[in-house]
Ligand binder design. Structure first.
Ligand code: GLV
Ligand code: GLV
Length: 327
């Protein structure tokens, strides 16, 4: 029989059509996320599942879906998937790195610029009819060009943001990462490696691009925010939970840092009420990878992974390729 695949999110119809050429496909066609129990029910008898960064693929689900052989996500972050549990069951897991790097870096840079130059705050002021006269420091913000860009997490996306800052805007670059870049990459960017406290103290604009997991939970909390310059901005395009949102809301309210730009939140789509109350924050609904061409490319990469995984080939971006020879 043809392998059975479940598409757990509404995705582009042309990608579903491609999948139907190879598989018996059933779909969940709304943007309403399925609960774990609903997912388990829909996955009975399925060989593969197409997910985004939101479906909870944990040990309980995997145990309840014994026919599942492949979990393919269109997201790059995979903190919603218990990869070791999947590996233990011989289930191949893939994410979608690479295809969203430049688009996500564009957005991180846009969020940084909007935050530093107070673009959304200024627009709200104008729309509210408050613009009555010119003022010497009205909506005055911080400069991007010539300032110090701090990157926390120097993966593909972090490096793409760094290139924009250094080559496009003449920024100085400091960074922290689990491992240092090769010396020639550091030299090409003029990058200075610092420990986390050093990074927090040095950055004019801190951009967070680390994956979420137990070691990055609340990596930035009250103590870390206290190390930042009062004039600094913090940008998070990684995952909610890397930043302690309650501590951040308080630091913003007390102007202990100048501003923040946030695309991701703890417990999203809920947003900490303290963040909604302060003016010096730019808030977006987890859209850093959301250009149409990139979202399509992410779906197509997940579909390619599914095709390979269920036809005995190596999925291009498997996270646990070691399970494949076992099957
Ligand atoms: C988006 O957050 C992703 O991980 O792709
Ligand atoms: C994701 O692609 C990253 O490594 O930053």
């Amino acid at each position: 029989r043809r392998p059975r695949v479940f598409v757990a999110r509404r995705i582009f119809p042309e990608v579903v059509a491609q999948l139907r050429e190879h598989f018996d496909v059933s779909t969940h066609d709304t943007d309403e996320p399925l609960s774990r129990d609903e997912l388990i029910a829909r996955l009975q008898g399925c060989d593969g599942v197409f997910v985004a960064g939101t479906e909870p693929i944990d040990a309980t689900l995997l145990a309840a879906c014994p026919t599942l052989r492949a979990v393919c996500s269109m997201a790059v972050g995979y903190n919603n998937i218990d990869v070791p549990a999947a590996t233990a069951r011989g289930v191949v897991v893939s994410n979608a790195p690479g295809v969203l790097t430049e688009t996500t870096a564009d957005f991180g840079f846009a969020l940084m610029m909007a935050t530093a130059r107070r673009i959304t705050e200024a627009e709200q002021y104008l729309r509210a009819g408050h613009w009555k006269q010119w003022s010497v420091d009205g909506m005055a913000g911080a400069d991007i060009h010539g300032s110090t860009l701090g990157i926390l997490g120097m993966g593909r996306i972090g490096q793409a943001i760094a290139r924009r800052g250094v080559h496009g805007f003449g920024m100085s670059l400091v960074y922290h990462n689990r491992s240092r870049l090769p010396a020639e990459d550091e030299a090409a960017l003029g990058a200075r490696y610092l420990d986390l406290p050093g990074l927090l103290k040095a950055a004019d604009h801190l951009v967070i691009v680390v994956p979420y997991g137990p070691t990055s939970h609340h990596l930035i909390g009250a103590a870390e925010l206290a190390l930042m310059k009062p004039s600094a901005t913090l940008i998070n395009v990684a995952r909610g939970g890397v930043v302690d949102d309650a501590a951040l809301a308080q630091a913003l309210a007390e102007r202990r840092i100048a501003g923040a730009g946030l695309d991701v939140f703890e417990g999203e789509p809920a947003v900490h009420p303290g963040l909604l109350e302060v003016p010096n924050v730019v808030l977006t609904p987890h859209i850093a990878s959301a250009s149409l061409p990139t979202r399509l490319a992410m779906c197509q990469l997940a579909a390619s992974n599914l095709r390979a995984a269920l036809t005995g080939q190596a999925p291009p971006t498997a996270l646990n390729p070691e399970v494949l020879p076992l099957r």
